[in-house]
Design a binder for this molecule. Structure first.
Ligand code: FAD
Ligand code: DHB
Length: 389
């Protein structure tokens, strides 16, 4: 089997890359270990920044997002006794959209199916070969267990943090920070108790009130690493959320509902550089992980793919390798900005039990909420930097 670009991974990075390459006249084949149903149902990120929305729209993927997504002007920042709205539109002219990664994934699957994209789901034993030569290839077993060889000019590693691509970059420099807490996330069949997201600092730990639609809420609690999601009763979860989100504060109420999904997500920052080795290019979680507090993971994957698709189209269609040669450095500039922002949001909002740290966090929160310069800094990063930052 032969193609121009072998894409490993059918998450948002891999599918969006196949879509943008097809629009630019470049062929690809996508390999995915999971089933189509599984990748379409995974519950993950929920916020699209301004430039991600623009990119999806310009790629013809914006119709359902505009119809069913929800545009938000900003977020609430809160700590006991205080809740402040940061209006990103007033501060930066940019909004964000609530539209689940699950929906982005479904839109991408539908678009690729309509485009006749070759995607092999439920593959096994994926191995990258000779990526530093001009004859790279991938071997795998297909759904029926048959051994297959896929030859390509380029391999795109879009296989997330557990895939084989990142290890195929020898002598890569890696940076990692593991945080001493996790997020306990729930999905609930209940109308959100807020019009925009609430990021809450509390002595018991961070809490976030997000949403998926007018009838579905998404909420998160800071919990110790290793927490078993089954070890909390529904009442314990709603009580902790009510306390941390300020139920009763200035008459605000958190309405509980039926919990339909629960999971615990450990938090870490990870950056691998370079994001290219020979004819292997990494994009998305394959090259970097951010803790979720800044809502950057999905947006960063989209931004990488925007750069990489342009670079590969220029290389295949115009025989111009300059953008491909510049890809890793260009992508890393945004990666480090988002890595810093995600670390900053995380360390400002999660409690460690240290009273000195708590006072610094509260001082920082008061400054961000009351100073236009402070608020604008957060807004610029959260609503997202331009795609060519
Ligand atoms: P992925 O979505 O991980 O896609 C990689 C794909 O590669 C997967 O489909 C995987 O099955 C496939 N794959 C793996 N190994 C192989 C192989 N050997 N061969 C072929 N395919 C392979 N971000 C936020 O901003 N907010 C959140 O709340 C949030 N929650 C998250 C919860 C979880 C459990 C996880 C894992 C991530 C979360 N993220 C969140 C991060 C965000 O979802 C990711 O940044 C985003 O999915 C990155 O997209 P990607 O395509 O690079 O990687
Ligand atoms: C969601 C996830 C985030 O990481 C975040 O910062 C905001 C919202 C969400 O899943 O809705």
């Amino acid at each position: 089997m032969r193609t121009q670009v072998a894409i490993i991974g059918a998450g948002p990075a891999g599918l969006l890359l196949s879509h943008l390459l097809a629009q630019g006249g470049v062929d690809s084949v996508v390999l995915e270990t999971r089933s189509e149903e599984y990748v379409a149902a995974r519950i993950r990120a929920g916020i699209l920044e301004h430039s991600s929305v623009e990119l999806l729209e310009s790629a013809g993927l914006g119709a359902r997002l505009r119809a069913e997504g929800d545009e938000h002007r900003g977020i609430y920042l809160q700590w006991p006794g205080e809740r402040h709205h940061l209006d990103f539109v007033n501060l930066t002219g940019r909004s964000v959209w609530v539209y689940g990664q699950t929906e982005v994934q479904k839109d991408l699957i539908a678009a690729r199916r309509a485009g006749g994209q070759e995607i092999h789901y439920e593959v096994g034993d994926v191995v990258l070969h000779d990526v530093s030569t001009d004859r790279p290839h991938v071997t795998f077993t297909d759904k029926s267990g048959q051994a297959v060889r896929l030859d390509a000019a380029v391999i795109a590693g879009c296989d997330g943090s557990f895939g084989p691509s990142r290890a195929a970059v020898p002598a890569a420099k890696t940076f990692e920070k593991v945080y001493p807490y996790s997020w306990f996330g729930i999905l609930a069949d209940v109308a959100p108790s807020t019009d925009e997201l609430i990021y809450a600092w509390h002595p018991d730990g961070f809490a976030l009130h997000s949403m998926r639609s007018a009838t579905v809420s998404r909420l998160y609690l800071q919990v110790p690493n290793g927490t078993d999601p089954a070890s909390w009763s529904d009442d314990q979860i709603w009580d902790a959320l009510a306390t941390r989100l300020g139920h009763g504060q200035n008459g605000w109420k958190l309405t509980p509902g039926k919990i339909t999904d629960r999971s615990v997500l450990p938090m870490r920052s990870y950056v691998q550089t370079p994001m290219r080795h020979g004819n292997l290019f990494l994009a998305g979680d394959a090259a970097h992980i951010v803790p979720p507090t800044g809502a950057k993971g999905l947006n960063l994957a989209i931004a990488d793919v925007a750069l990489l698709s342009k670079a590969l189209v220029a290389r295949f269609r115009e025989h111009d390798a300059r953008l491909a040669d510049a890809y890793s450095d260009a992508a890393q500039r945004r990666v480090w900005r988002c890595t810093h922002f995600s670390w900053w949001m995380t360390t400002m909002l999660h409690t460690s039990g240290d009273p000195f740290d708590a006072e610094l966090q509260l001082s920082q929160l008061r400054w961000v909420a009351s100073s236009e310069a402070g608020a604008t800094g957060l807004a610029e990063n959260y609503a997202g930097l331009p795609i060519n930052y």
